[in-house]
Design a protein around this ligand. Structure first.
Ligand code: HEC
Length: 191
């Protein structure tokens, strides 16, 4: 028995050395996959957007009627629209990082500047309208840079979304219902 113990120890040590030597070659690449990254970003964006619309705009403007929501929020001393809140956030992010960018768009925009500009934006916005509950992912090259581009559905989560859009003088569509996909959030990550 005594003679076997040292040999066992030697084998164990050798296997450990081999294992640790191998681990460097099999490590997963560092960083997070683009789709996981944009999915997580969208979860935060969607939550903030829903909370602002339900707990601030719908409650204070539509139900309690203590303050209006207005495009001219500064002059009117009113609440900024949900789309304006979203853009202010997006602009603030753009000043801090170029790791990603994001916009709110629609194929039925009130503001023409929010219409799709690239073919991938057009395809993605149409896809999220045609396939409720699904997201769109692709890659596009713009100005020599390749991007991972994700498009997520922007859903009418509150009566405020529907009434404001349907009644707006510049809307190209006035039959939105609760639960409809009204547009999409486009998130771009340079690869
Ligand atoms: C009080 C009015 C109002 C409310 C409430 C509102 N919107 Fe909007 N929305 C607008 C206006 C006006 C714009 C264009 C603003 C701009 O780009 O300056 C806009 C922009 C958008 C856009 C970008 C395309 C476009 O139409 O220009 C989407 C998508 C959108 N809204 C969806 C929603 C959803 C979903 C909700 C509810 C979560 C919502 N909106 C709530 C008035 C409203």
């Amino acid at each position: 028995m005594n003679s076997k113990t040292p040999r066992f120890t030697l084998i164990t040590l050798t296997s450990l050395a081999l294992l640790s030597g191998c681990s460097g070659d099999t490590e997963a690449p560092a960083g997070i996959a683009p789709q996981k990254f944009t999915d997580a970003l969208f979860a935060v964006m969607e939550a903030d957007r829903t909370v602002y619309t339900r707990k601030v705009v719908q409650r204070l403007a539509n139900e309690e009627k203590v303050i209006k929501a207005s495009e001219h929020w500064s002059d009117d001393k009113a609440l900024p629209l949900p789309a304006q809140m979203f853009r202010f956030g997006s602009e603030a992010v753009a000043e801090k990082t170029d790791a990603f960018s994001y916009t709110l768009q629609s194929i039925w925009p009130i503001n023409d500047q929010n219409s799709p500009k690239t073919q991938m934006e057009r395809d993605g916005l149409q896809f999220v309208v045609d396939n409720p509950g699904k997201n769109f992912y692709g890659e596009e090259t713009l100005g020599g840079v390749t991007y991972f581009t994700a498009v997520y559905p922007d859903v009418a989560v509150s009566p405020a979304c529907v009434s404001c859009h349907n009644e707006h003088r510049d809307t190209p569509r006035s039959d939105f219902k609760i639960g409809d996909v009204m547009g999409g959030v486009v998130i771009r990550v340079p690869l």
